[in-house]
Structure formats: C-alpha cells, structure tokens
Ligand binder design. Sequence first.
Ligand code: NAD
Length: 368
Amino acid sequence: MKTYNIASLAGDGIGPEVMREAIKVLRATEKRFGFKLVITDAPVGWAGIDFAKKALPDITLDICKRSDAILFGSVGLPDRDATIPKEERPERAALLRLRKEFGLFANLRPVKLPKLLAHACPLARERQGDGIDILVVRELTGGMYFGQPKQTEDLGGGIQRAIDTMVYTTPEIERIAHVAFRAAQLRRKKLTSIDKANVLENGILWRETVARIGKEYPDIALDHMFVDNAAMQLVLKPTQFDVLLCENMFGDILSDEAAALGGSLGMLPSASLGSTSGAGTFGFYEPAGGTAPDIAGKDLANPIAQILSAALMLRHSFGLNDAAAAIESAVEHAIEAGNRTGDIFSPAEPNARRVGTRVMGEAIAAVV
Ligand code: NAD
C-alpha cells in the first residue's frame, strides 16, 4: 500500500483545534481510497518555545526533513512575552525559516466562494456570477522582498534614502510559470499573468518569459494584465479569472485582495511548493489566516481552511487528485447541508445552523 509521511505542525491559538479536524478528514480519505498516511505531530511556534525554548525545535525540523509534506496550523500569539526579540518569535523563527529551509518558491492560494455563501462576500451579488473560483499563484522567493541591494543610507543633512531592488532571473520566472500552467491544466485552463511591463524592466522579462513558456502549454489560454488593472478587475468582475500568476510583491497584494472575496479567512487554504524531487513535490500547507487568539480554545474556529489545505497536500505533493476532490466536494456538501461556523453564519439564511469546529469537521469527514 502506498505510504506518505506527513509532519503535522499545529502551532498556536486555533492551530491545534483545526488540525485535529483536518486529520479526522485525512483519516476518512485513507479508509476510502486505500493509501496510508503516517502523520507525526511536532511542536512549533510558542508550543515549540514552551517545549524546547525554540520556535522551530531541532526535532521538529528533523521530522519535517524526513516527511513528504508539512501540514501546518499557524503560529504567533502577539500578547506573549514581549521580551523575546522578533528574530526569535514564531513568525520569523519558524515560518520564514521553514520557507527558506525547504526552498518553497511557489505559493498557491485558491479562493472559492460557494454560491450559498454569497452573503459572506463583500461584493454585490450580481458581481459574483455563479460563485467566485480563483487560484492565485505567487512567486515567493524573488523580486523586491529579497533583491540586493536592500538598505537605508544616510545622505547627511537629515536625509535618508531607502533602496529595495526588484530582481528576477529567467529560471526563476520559468519555474513559477510551469507551476501556474500545470495548475491551470487541473482547472478551467485559463491563465492570466500579472506584470507591470509598461514601466518595469522586470515586467518586460516576466511577460516575455511567461509567453515563451506558454507555448509549451497549448491547451491553456494565456493572457497578460497590468497589476493595477488586475487589482481593479478583481472587484469589478472576479469571475473572469481562473489562475492568476504573479511575482512576489504583486502576488502578496493581489492574493489578499482575492482572499477578501472568499468571505472568511476560515475558508482559505494555501500551499507553498518547493522543487519537484522524484515522484512528488515537497510542500508546506497551511490556512491563509493566523492563530485567531480571539476565538482560540472555544470551538468557534472554522476548520475548513485547514481541511482544504490538507486536500491541496494530497493533490500537489502526493498526486492523489481523487482524494483531494473528495474532500473539496465533502466541504461543499457540509455547507449545502446548512453547517455554518460563526464566521460564515447569517441569520438570514433559513436552512443554516451555527455549529462549532468539531461538528463542522465531523460533518465533512462523514461525507468523505
Ligand atoms: P488572524 O488571521 O489570526 O485573525 C484575523 C481575524 O480572522 C480574527 O477575527 C479571527 O478570529 C478570524 N479568523 C482567522 N482564522 C479563522 C478561522 N479559521 N475561523 C474563524 N475565524 C477566523 O490574524 P491576526 O489576529 O492578525 O493574527 C494573530 C496571530 O497570528 C499573530 O501573532 C500573527 O502574527 C499570526 N499569524 C500567523 C500566520 C501563520 O502562521 N501563517 C498567518 C497570519 C497571522
């Protein structure tokens, strides 16, 4: 029987509650589809600091290295111990460290607004068509956030000058373009590449490179859009988009804008992928939201983002498309059956009932 090794890093706040439900759902797919998941829990974030005085304990990193994928909850509790410096706090010492360690260069953020949750979307219903369904593919390790030089200089006379450098090489653009084209092949086969080719050298190279790679994918309809127009089109007519391909900073901004259309952070999964090695792609899968300290430990969190992150893991790291699709369809069923955590509940919906984290997770696992 095919076996996959998963490092389960639940982290802080709502992390452990939503992870517990995601694992329940994974166990249900295991039974139905006949594969074996070896899931190893490891502490991270404040849980790591409590365990080994480190946000990413050595044992946790070791477990991650021996796994085929990481299923991550979230880390960070803003009110904890202000004396711990920011480099040692979980957001940097665990999250950024893991991204770097595993060379995670591709971030995938699907945003899906089911028609039944139209009330949770800030856009007028007539702009939502039959439901919004977009995948933002963001380059994660290049561009302005990492380019050198990156510094603030003193020019004298009380004047300072800050420099950030936007840099991309063709191989960096090529590898993220391949990720986006392959993702589009699993969806509606449309790819919109975002750039600022009218003013940035990077934009010209981005557009030329994506267009060249696009010739290898004749089944995908490719178009190009300037980032400022894309920001506008996302709120005017989001249904025109299938896959959006963005460099790092544009993707950072547009993926949050797209996320707002999804109704709740509690519904949004994400995948960060490294290079393909052997049969699978190493990946890091986590909800788009954080630790939600305001609702942690109260059975109020929506586990769907974590559960859909687990589905992305099955699809992108293990190639288990049927099992991933079964989870996604079980989420839709649970919503159609009226289950709503507080973040997606509206008293105006006649058949909806408010449920907790546990009941939502169980409803989804039962359908799988
Ligand atoms: P947050 O995403 O934790 O919460 C923002 C709002 O969204 C809150 O009202 C919260 O209740 C709600 N929310 C988030 N997830 C939800 C869910 N699953 N179900 C229902 N409601 C949900 O953002 P924040 O409050 O700005 O950050 C809290 C902590 O999380 C900070 O320490 C921050 O650094 C950290 N954080 C971590 C990650 C990560 O681990 N990847 C990401 C974002 C924030």
